[in-house]
Design a binder for this molecule. Structure first.
Ligand code: ZN
Length: 156
């Protein structure tokens, strides 16, 4: 699974390296760290490539992927890389975590035969931005020069 970060040299540590004492023995066993390191110009982390490089078990790699999907910064600081299919079991979670697009103003204007929607965000609980609040919701139905303009959508 490939993930892409917004940031260069981004590292997310799931588990630090620890020494696990072995009963009845002098030495302890090193439990290697598990980290997602986003590298290269595309700022990618490839869990399968890093599994091979770091000798992680399949369980470790799967635990890391699951941990990343459930990470609070997933869909904010890092994403599934473009071209990668989000596994079925994480699709709903990914949608839920996707930040909501801000609603924009429903004021439409016709400029040079183009319908331009005001790009300003709405004031909370309203359909229009500050400047256009109080405007009637518009239904533009075919005029403005050539062709049928035909715009009826007023809901964002
Ligand atoms: Zn507006």
């Amino acid at each position: 699974m490939k993930f892409q970060s917004r940031y260069r040299q981004h590292t997310i540590v799931m588990r630090s390296a620890t020494y696990e004492p072995l009963p009845g023995m002098q030495r302890s066993k090193l439990v290697p760290q598990i980290v997602a390191t986003f590298t290269g110009p595309q700022r990618l982390f490839d869990s399968e490539a890093d599994q091979r490089t770091n000798n992680w078990s399949d369980e470790d790699r799967i635990a890391l992927e699951d941990w990343l999907f459930n990470h609070p910064k997933y869909m904010i600081d890092f994403f599934v890389a473009p071209g990668e299919e989000i596994p079925e079991e994480y699709k709903e979670l990914s949608q839920r975590k996707a930040p909501e697009k801000p609603r924009i103003c429903e004021k439409f204007e016709i400029i040079d035969n183009d319908i331009i929607r005001c790009p300003e965000p709405v004031t909370a609980g309203r359909s229009f931005c500050k400047a256009h609040d109080g405007s009637e919701q518009q239904k533009i139905v075919g005029q403005a020069g050539s062709g049928n303009v035909g715009l009826t959508t007023t809901k964002g």
